[in-house]
Design a protein around this ligand. Structure first.
Ligand code: 5GP
Length: 120
């Protein structure tokens, strides 16, 4: 895995199962779990188990392309398992202007109601 000198976040504890989370998907690279503060009837996060330097999306390099593709693939796969066939939204908040609060890359997947655009 790529080096990562940044401080760990609470998501590392979720990956390590040191704090509880409602995990709905797991494979060797990715974890999906329900957001603790859901903004829609279905709201889960998809994260890389190993942050691999991706504190935020804008840290991505060529080496991250396969992982990024995998996370997006997992997002739709779990969305379908969550019965979001009527549609859903995938969001990545990056940095202060993006209102990012946890510096471990994560995809928000929200659905289960009519979403509005732009999100505000
Ligand atoms: P951000 O604002 O960084 O894009 O999103 C971080 C998300 O992580 C928020 O939606 C927040 O509710 C969620 N979150 C923060 N801490 C925890 C936690 O301990 N457990 C779970 N399940 N979600 C968390």
């Amino acid at each position: 895995h790529l080096a990562d000198q940044d401080p760990p976040t609470i998501f590392d504890k979720i990956v390590a199962k040191q704090i509880p989370a409602t995990i709905i998907y797991e494979d060797d690279q990715a974890l999906a779990f329900r957001d603790i503060s859901p903004q829609a009837p279905v709201h889960f996060l998809v994260i890389p188990k190993n942050r691999s330097g991706l504190t935020r999306l804008s840290k991505a390099t060529e080496e991250h392309k396969a992982l990024l593709g995998h996370l997006l693939f997992v997002a739709q796969k779990v969305a379908m398992a969550e019965n979001l066939g009527e549609g859903f939204r995938v969001t990545i908040n990056d940095g202060p202007n993006g209102c990012q609060s946890v510096y471990h890359l994560h995809l928000h997947v929200m659905g289960g109601r009519q979403l509005t655009w732009p999100p505000g």
